[in-house]
Structures are given as C-alpha cells and as structure tokens.
Ligand binder design. Structure first.
Ligand code: SF4
Length: 396
C-alpha cells in the first residue's frame, strides 16, 4: 500500500450492521443468526442507532464509503429501520458520492415485496442468497425458497437496485463437473455483474456437522471439490467476471467495495449482535446474543462485549490473511512500513514461488490458482513471527 492509499484507509470508514434474525436456521449455517417468534422493530431501531452513535463519536471526520446490512436476514428489517440507520450514518459521517449500500436478502416472495421500499430507503446494492437453482439441492440446504421463487426475486431485485449480486453454494454431495458447469453457465447468463460462489463446508456445531458425524451424508471429496473450484475459475474468467477474491467474482469496477475494505485491512465500524469492527488499531466485538446486546445498549449506550488493542504482530497477520484472499495480492513492503515489523518469511515465499503456489513481483505477492486451493496452509508457511507491540498508536 502506498502512502496515499494509506491515508485513504485512515480517512474513510465502512459500516457493518448485523441483523441477527432468520425465519429458520439453515443446517450448514454457523453465522450469528437466531429464530424468534416476536421482534420489537422499534427497540431494535433505537438500539442500533445508539450503537452506531457510539462508534461514530470515536471515529470523527471520516468519509463513509459503504454500509453493509448483513445477517441473519436483513431483508426482514423494517425498511424504516434501514432508512433511519442510513440517515444516522450519513449524518455522523460525510457520505462518499458513490457510497455503496448493500443489503443481504433471501429470495422469497415476502422479502422481495419489500425491495421497492428498501431501495427507497437508500439501499443501492442487493446480495441475494439464491444458493442453488435446483429444488432438491435447496431442500438439502434447508432453504425456505424454491428455485422458481429465487428467479422471481432476482428479477424483482434487478428492477429495483442498480447493483445485484447473488450467492450460490456448490460442491454439494453428488455434484459433478457437468451438473455444476450447467448451473454456473445459467448463473452467468442472468445479467448480474457480481457473484459469490461458495463451496459447501461443514462447520463445527452446525446440524450438517452432526449429520456427517452420524454418517447421514458424506461431503464431496476434496479432489472433486478442487476440480469444481478450478472449473469455476475458468468459466467466470471466460465470461469476463474473474475472481477478485477466493469466492467472489465480478466485472471490473463491480467488486464489493465494502468487502474490499475488510480485505485491504481498512477500518470499519461493526454494530449489532456479534458484529466485529476495527477502529484505529482496536478490535471490537459486540454481544452475540440479541437480548444481551439490547440490555448492554440500554445499560452502556453501546453493545460492545470486548475491545482490545491489536498488537502489530496480530494486525500484520490479519492483514496478510485478508490480503492474500485478493487476486491483487499484497504489497509486503507497504505492509511492513504500516506495521513496522517483518510480515512474511521471504525464504519460504520464494520456495512457494518456485513450487508454483505464489507469484512475486518485487514486494508484491499473489496466490496462483494452485495456491488459492491451499490458502490456509500457505498462510501458516509464510507468516513471519511478528513482535507484539500494541498497534493503537501506530494506526491512529
Ligand atoms: S438464512 Fe442465512 S443467516 Fe439465516 S440461517 Fe440461513 S444461512 Fe444462516
């Protein structure tokens, strides 16, 4: 990162708002999502606005480049709450002219019927959780919508929002190169300029993890999943929507600016249950359980459960983990200037360059396609053992 990029990071802010409620819990999901019979929208609006005000007071004078409503199922938020939060955020911080305001939505008819109101509230980008075009796969994934509802919601979203992305989950048990290439070809023909394509992973503590333990199904084997990943890379690149991150594909200029802030290790305020944030060298985390967040906000005016300075070693490791996910890779020299410590072990980097897993262009390193399949292993290999001086003053 050069100096102007650095000062850009320090003068801007992204805002993440977590809405923790869902209609039901999907069996693969390890997100902070909860099912509740009743949700007091007014109480949540007030709590989130207080939580936001707390962060804004600690980050004065920033330019707001993006807001991301994630969850949970934020398309179940009252559009008036979305509007109030956008209004409050843009009153605390000056909004960039091209501010990106994304909301994650589930593709059922009830939620699609709110799209017009959400667009009027200021949302200009929607990320739809389609997950599959195959009803059998949707049932396996425990999704509450059908493929037909998914297509209808996508059409409605494309009418109301300038930018639309959708998610698919692949590498399900029984997926083959032929079944996945047919679904992906269809996805690429639907006119969106951004796609998130995730492989199914079995996360500890989920219903799928118990089912796998009971041998109710077997995940796709690792080589077959790797072949599907390579196929995905080739097809998206040929369609002019190459990977810009491990699981995200976009036409040039259509990348998620909000997620780029995370991956480029910029500051972001995270509010709402379980939200993480990073401000001026501090990491913040909110109370995870919705009821605990509400009582913390009424007690303290904010929902923070934990807040601590990041050591330069922790920050450098995080920036490495995030930055290597990106096709643009990382500028190691700029990172070392930023954190004041060695970030990578160059001997090991050069070994991975020789084995075809990394490319190196002076101080910049990138994963190759083969390297992307081994991200975790490579991170463990190349991370330098940093010192642990607190970062707060270095980033402020
Ligand atoms: S809708 Fe999304 S957040 Fe909610 S349970 Fe399903 S995967 Fe998790």
């Amino acid at each position: 990162m050069n100096l102007s990029a650095r000062s850009e990071v320090d003068s801007t802010i992204a805002l993440y708002v977590h809405w923790p409620f869902c209609v039901s819990k999907c069996p693969y999901c390890d997100f902070n999502s909860h099912v509740r019979a009743e949700i007091d929208q007014n109480a949540w609006r007030e709590a989130l606005i207080s939580d936001l005000a707390h962060e804004a007071a600690l980050l004065p004078g920033r330019r707001l480049t993006s807001i991301f409503f994630g969850g949970g199922t934020p398309s179940l938020m009252d559009p008036a709450t979305v509007e109030a939060l956008i209004g409050a955020a843009t009153a605390h911080w000056s909004a960039a002219d091209d501010i990106e305001i994304t909301l994650e939505a589930n593709p059922n008819s009830v939620e699609a019927s709110r799209f017009a109101d959400l667009a009027n509230a200021g949302v200009n980008r929607v990320s739809l959780g389609l997950q599959s075009f195959d009803d059998r796969a949707l049932r396996f994934l425990g999704r509450a919508h059908s493929a037909r509802e998914g297509f209808a919601a996508l059409e409605t979203a494309q009418r109301h929002f300038r930018r639309v992305s959708f998610d698919l989950i692949y590498a399900l048990p029984g997926d083959t190169e032929s079944s996945w290439s047919a679904m992906l070809a269809q996805a690429l023909s639907l006119g969106t300029r951004h796609l998130s394509l995730y492989q199914l992973t079995i996360e500890p503590g989920t219903r799928f993890a118990s089912m796998v333990a009971r041998r109710e199904f077997e995940p796709l084997d690792i080589d077959a999943a790797a072949a599907l990943y390579e196929l995905t890379d080739a097809m998206t690149a040929a369609a002019g929507m190459p990977a810009y991150e491990i699981s995200n594909y976009a036409r040039r200029g259509q990348e998620s600016r909000h997620n780029l802030t995370y991956w480029r290790y910029g500051d972001y305020a995270g509010i709402g249950p379980g939200a993480h944030g990073r401000r001026r060298g501090m990491r913040t985390v909110r109370h995870k359980k919705p009821e605990n967040l509400l009582s913390a906000v009424s007690r303290n005016g904010h929902g923070i459960a934990d807040e601590a300075p990041l050591s330069s070693g922790e920050a450098a490791d995080e920036a490495l983990v995030m930055g290597l996910r990106l096709s643009e890779g990382i500028d190691v020299n700029a990172m070392e200037r930023r954190f004041g410590i060695p970030v990578v072990d160059w001997v090991r980097v050069d070994r991975l360059v020789a084995s075809g897993h990394l490319t190196r262009n002076s101080g910049r390193i990138n994963l190759t396609a083969a390297g992307r399949l081994l991200l975790d292993h490579i991170l463990g290999e190349i991370a330098a053992l940093g010192e642990s001086a607190p970062m707060a003053s270095a980033v402020a």
